[in-house]
Design a protein around this ligand. Structure first.
Ligand code: SAJ
Length: 445
């Protein structure tokens, strides 16, 4: 019997009428944001997650995630009340779906840096086992180049028994979001729409055009996989270059921030900002996804070296502290160190891959007594007025409240006034006038 070719016009009509049934697999930072954006446009969206807590919270109209997102909690509440958003653990809900968006995490192993695609593969299998002919499957996570060809298409084909060319459609549309600006970025940013077939790209573009105001660039799946992993690897390498220049400026006795400002006055220069390290859910991870399927390591030397430089910066903060303590006649072992900032980014509560976590682990290995403060991270948001008897303060995150810190008051409560600044939060003159011994990343003494 010849295979029945699905007709995209039926789905296009449903998209146009906003009557398409949509399932979103994975109610995390990305999936829940997409689900809200689509429900807000009138689509009937069913979220699917393996975590019963998330399913229960969303079913009650409660935003289940930590990070502070300006408008998502209200959107979850109103969509659930309006009946345009629901949640379940059961993939059977995909059987009624015209579109299934897969938005599960694609982490890398902490030690080997190898992609850990187990959750992603399970989502593919369960989705394929439930979709009907004529459905569109959209893959949103950041994945190693070649994964659509070697993993997603085979698993979806095998589990559905359908052809991804003319019986259902598959697209790869990686998310460009930033914790704290999830919805705004999702709506405003340009977007790459990768299609396994041109029809799939056109269908996916029609879907995203219902809520994306940015440009939609239709390409093939491999290009889409590469664009997302490359754009974050680009940022990681650029930051690593800035960090290496910072280390050189410390050695030469210059100020990297002054150097950077003047370098960037030169046309076509955009030197990034050196600092205490690179954290977050995207930038430290995506380079490893980009090179995961590289055939020979020789073609990935710069990318690997950049990761090593950026991962060394939190430890460099610790070494600056060790040197300053030694000059004050103290050792790191037994010293009381206050780490300011545990989030990965200023004014954020997000702590994934935080450079501060690496610093704290290293300090404790060296025998220091560490206390962490962060006004945006629950558990670390204690009153800094209670900081007493410390020997060294290491500023790891440029949270706005830190810029207003009264260094004289804090200094009066310290045993030794040593300040190591990993994000140029403080002014050297102000620190020194409050009798602090001040060190800043990238600024030579
Ligand atoms: N960082 C530096 N120097 C810089 C820029 C950043 O040390 O010049 C550090 C930050 O302190 C942080 C880490 O790098 O620890 C990541 O910072 P980020 O500004 O890149 O923030 P992210 O991780 O939220 O980046 C996301 C990325 N977007 C996606 O993955 C879709 C990134 O590519 C975007 O440029 C960024 O959002 C954005 O500005 O939108």
């Amino acid at each position: 019997m010849t295979a029945i070719r699905s007709d995209p016009s039926a789905l296009l009509r449903k998209l146009d009428a906003r009557s398409a049934q949509i399932s979103v697999v994975g109610l995390g930072y990305v999936g829940l944001t997409v689900a809200c954006a689509l429900a807000d446009k009138g689509f009937h969206v069913t979220g699917i997650d393996v975590d019963p807590g998330k399913v229960e919270a969303v079913s009650r109209g409660v935003y289940p995630l930590e990070a502070s997102e300006p408008d998502l909690p209200a959107m979850v509440r109103s969509a659930v009340l309006a009946g345009t958003l629901g949640a379940t653990q059961d993939y059977a809900s995909c059987r009624d779906a015209d579109i299934v968006i897969i938005a599960v995490q694609t982490p890398v192993d902490d030690v080997t840096k190898a992609p850990a695609l187990g959750a992603f593969e399970a989502a593919l299998r369960s989705t394929g086992a439930n979709i009907h002919p004529g459905a569109l499957v959209v893959i949103e996570p950041t994945i190693p180049p070649g994964t659509m060809r070697d993993v997603a298409i085979p698993l979806l084909t095998e589990s559905s028994g359908l052809s991804p060319v003319d019986q259902f459609w598959v697209a790869c549309c990686p998310e460009r979001v930033m914790p704290g600006r999830l919805l705004a970025n999702l709506i405003q940013y340009d977007r790459v729409i990768g299609g396994w077939t041109p029809e799939a790209a056109a269908l996916a573009a029609t879907l995203y055009r219902t809520f994306v105001t940015g440009a939609l660039d239709e390409v093939d799946c491999l290009t889409a996989e590469l664009v997302k992993t490359v754009e974050n690897t680009y940022r990681d390498v650029q930051i690593a270059f800035a960090n290496e220049v910072a280390l050189l400026c410390e050695h030469y006795g210059a100020d990297v921030f002054e150097v950077r400002d003047l370098v960037n006055k030169s046309p076509a220069r955009a030197m990034h900002v050196p600092g205490a390290g690179v954290g977050g859910p995207c930038v430290p991870k995506d380079p490893w996804l980009l090179i995961a399927n590289a055939s020979h390591p020789g073609s990935t030397r710069i990318i690997r070296a950049a990761r090593a430089v950026n991962d060394s910066m939190p430890i460099h903060m610790g070494e600056l502290a060790r040197t300053a303590l030694a000059e004050a006649g103290r050792q790191l072992r037994g010293a009381k160190v206050l780490v300011l900032g545990y989030a990965y980014l200023e004014n954020s509560s997000e702590t994934r891959n935080s450079p501060s976590a690496a610093l704290v682990a290293w300090l404790e290995e060296q025998g220091a007594e560490v206390r962490i403060h962060d006004p945006f991270v629950s558990g670390f948001d204690w009153d800094l007025e209670d900081a007493r008897g410390g020997d060294c303060v290491i500023a790891m995150v440029a949270h706005t409240p830190y810029r207003a810190l009264d260094l004289a008051r804090l200094g009066a409560r310290m045993r030794t006034r040593i300040l190591v600044d990993g994000r140029r939060v403080f002014d050297r003159a102000a620190a020194e006038s409050a009798s602090w011994s001040y060190r800043c990343v990238g600024v030579g003494s």
